[in-house]
Ligand binder design. Structure first.
Ligand code: AMP
Ligand code: MN
Ligand code: MN
Ligand code: MN
Length: 276
C-alpha cells in the first residue's frame, strides 16, 4: 500500500511547513493519499486541498484532537471530516481557547523555575494566531539556549514532574469521537504506544474508544518500536478496530520520519481506508 500517510502537521498548528508545502513535499516523496491533521484545527485544509489538486494527490481532511482520558492526555485523529461541520468547529474552538489559557499557566510555571518571558518568547514561534502548543515553547527554550534540541525539552521541561508542566483538561473521549462522527469522519486512536498505561489500562482505553464509536488504531507511527507495531496490530484485531499509519511529520529537522516513510500495515490489519 505505498502512498498512504494519514498524520501530518503544518504551520496551522505546530508544523514548520505551510499546508501547500506539506502537500508538495508529500507528493514529491511518493505519497498518494495524505491527511493533514493539525492539532485541534482544520483551517489549513483549504490551502492543502488546492495544493493537492495541483499536485495530483488525494487530500484527506483531518485533525488531531487533544483529549483527557483517565488523567492522561491522548490524541484522536479525525479522518475524512466535513471541515465545515458546526459541532466539530465549536469543539475545536473550545479546545484552542483552552490552549491559550494553558499557555499562560505554562509561562507562569516556567517563570517560577527562573525562566521569564516564555509566553512572549513562545509567541514568536507561533505561526497561526489561533493555536499555541508546547512545541512553540520548546522551540523558544532551544533558541534561548536553555536546552540543546527540541526533543530534549520534553525530557527536562513541560512534562509531568518537570518545570513548565501544568495539568490541563482537554475534551473528553466521548466529545471528541462524537464531534468527529457528527462531521462524518472516522476516529483513530493516535500513537497508542506513547501513553503511559498498564496492559489492562490500554485494553480499557481501546474498549471505551470502540464503544464511543472509534474506528481505528494508528498502528504505524514514529512513536512505535517494531514490537509495538506488532502489539497494536494484534490489539486492533482483537478489538475489531481498523489500522492506520502516519509519519506525524512536523517539518525538516524535527521529525523522526519524513512524509511517506512508512512500511505496509502488518497483515491481518484492516486498513482504515478499506471503504474509501
Ligand atoms: P501540546 O499538544 O501543546 O501539549 O503539545 C504536544 C506536542 O509537543 C506534540 O504534538 C509534539 O509535536 C510535541 N512533543 C511532545 N513530546 C515530544 C517529544 N518527546 N519530542 C518532540 N516533540 C514532542
Ligand atoms: Mn505536534
Ligand atoms: Mn500526537
Ligand atoms: Mn501529531
Amino acid at each position: 500500500m505505498p502512498g498512504y500517510d494519514l498524520h501530518a502537521h503544518s504551520t496551522h498548528s505546530d508544523g514548520l511547513l505551510a499546508p501547500a508545502a506539506v502537500v508538495a513535499r508529500a507528493a514529491a516523496r511518493g505519497v498518494e493519499v495524505l491527511a493533514l491533521t493539525d492539532h485541534d484545527e482544520v483551517s489549513g485544509l483549504v490551502e492543502a486541498r488546492a495544493a493537492a489538486a495541483e499536485a495530483g494527490i488525494t487530500l484527506v481532511a483531518g485533525s488531531e484532537l487533544s483529549v483527557s482520558w483517565d488523567r492522561l492526555t491522548i490524541h484522536i485523529i479525525a479522518l475524512g471530516i466535513d471541515s465545515e461541520n458546526a459541532m466539530l468547529a465549536q469543539g475545536l474552538a473550545a479546545i484552542r481557547t483552552g490552549r491559550t489559557l494553558r499557555a499562560r499557566r505554562i509561562a507562569d510555571a516556567l517563570a517560577e523555575a527562573g525562566i521569564r518571558g516564555a509566553y512572549e518568547g513562545a509567541m514568536q514561534y507561533v505561526t497561526s494566531e489561533r493555536l499555541i502548543s508546547r512545541t512553540h515553547f520548546a522551540r523558544y527554550l532551544v533558541d534561548a539556549g536553555h536546552v540543546g534540541e527540541v526533543r530534549d525539552v520534553f525530557k527536562r521541561f513541560l512534562v509531568p514532574g518537570k518545570p513548565g508542566y501544568v495539568a490541563h483538561q482537554w475534551a473528553t473521549l466521548g466529545q471528541a469521537v462524537g464531534w468527529i462522527r457528527a462531521a462524518g469522519g472516522q476516529a483513530v486512536l493516535a500513537h497508542p504506544g506513547r501513553y503511559k498505561v498498564t496492559r489492562s489500562g490500554m485494553r480499557r482505553l481501546l474498549s471505551e474508544f470502540r464503544d464511543a464509536g472509534g474506528d481505528a488504531v494508528e498502528v504505524l507511527s514514529p512513536s512505535h518500536t517494531p514490537a509495538q507495531v506488532a502489539e497494536y496490530a494484534g490489539l486492533a484485531r482483537v478489538f475489531g478496530l481498523r489500522g492506520s499509519c502516519g509519519s506525524d511529520y512536523h517539518g525538516p529537522g524535527e521529525s523522526r520520519l519524513d512524509l511517506g516513510d512508512l512500511p505496509a500495515l502488518p497483515s491481518g490489519v484492516v486498513p482504515v481506508w478499506k471503504d474509501w
